[in-house]
Design a protein around this ligand. Structure first.
Ligand SMILES: C[S@@+](CC[C@H](N)C(=O)[O-])C[C@H]1O[C@@H](n2cnc3c(N)ncnc32)[C@H](O)[C@@H]1O
Length: 216
């Protein structure tokens, strides 16, 4: 956790993108959400995907450990915010968006009662294997039945380059989510040509996969 806070302090945020994720745009329909529905973005950083969700008419609730990330999100996007304390969190709120600044594992189900969709880009795969099971178990505990998830993962030969992002293959996704979720893989393709960091490390492949899941 302290590693992430340090990364933000040093501006080492290579995962951050200036444009919304193309797979979010392509597969947002998998959520089957009505306008105004609330989408939870775990480990949200200052992702512009949250802005994209807002612009599509949804409400957003994020959680992020780094106060710098949260404050940069509101500043970069010129959103006026207020701050409240809820449990262990400082909660930053603007129109249709709230970001809980604190530890994901301290989130309680009562904070997420209106959430009907979860968007996971670079959250599960940010965590080392020993935390991934805990991450999914906690997600299961805090979201409601029938909530849908859009999950983006990467898979590559983990021995050839270290994470994060960590390699999470289809088998692991199925085993992590088999208890309590229906899981459908929507897409999987090799994208080494667009990943210079992985090319430089002579990695054999980097598969990008998208899944649609639903909590039973
Ligand atoms: C790889 S980044 C991805 C950020 C965002 N999802 C995106 O696509 O740009 C992972 C983020 O998770 C945050 N993080 C890591 N552990 C966390 C935790 N336990 N609770 C809340 N945030 C956490 C980090 O500070 C970092 O911003």
């Amino acid at each position: 956790m302290t590693d992430w806070i340090q990364r933000w302090k040093e501006g080492k945020i290579g995962w951050h993108r200036q444009q919304p994720n193309s797979k979010l745009i392509e597969f947002i329909g998998c959520f089957q959400l009505d306008k105004g529905a609330q989408v939870f973005v775990p480990l949200c950083g200052k992702s512009v995907d949250m802005l994209y969700l807002l612009n599509q008419g949804y409400r957003v609730i994020g959680v992020e450990i780094s106060i710098l990330a949260v404050e940069q999100f509101f500043k970069d996007n010129q959103l006026q915010y207020t701050i409240d304390c809820i449990g262990k969190f400082r909660v930053y709120s603007a129109e249709r968006i709230q970001i809980y600044c604190g530890d994901y594992f301290a989130l309680k189900p009562e904070y997420l009662t209106s959430v009907v969709g979860v968007y996971d880009r670079a959250a599960l795969i940010a965590l080392p294997s020993e935390l991934r099971e805990k991450y999914v178990a906690h997600l299961y505990a805090i979201i409601s039945q029938n909530c849908r998830l859009l999950l983006l993962t990467l898979n590559y030969p983990q021995l050839q380059i270290s994470g994060p992002p960590f390699a999470v293959n289809q088998e692991e996704v199925r085993s992590l989510y088999e208890k309590g979720f229906d899981c459908q893989q929507l897409q999987c393709f090799d994208d080494l040509e667009n990943e210079p960091k992985f090319q430089r490390a002579n990695v054999d492949f980097i598969e990008k996969a998208t899944y649609c899941l639903r909590k039973n």
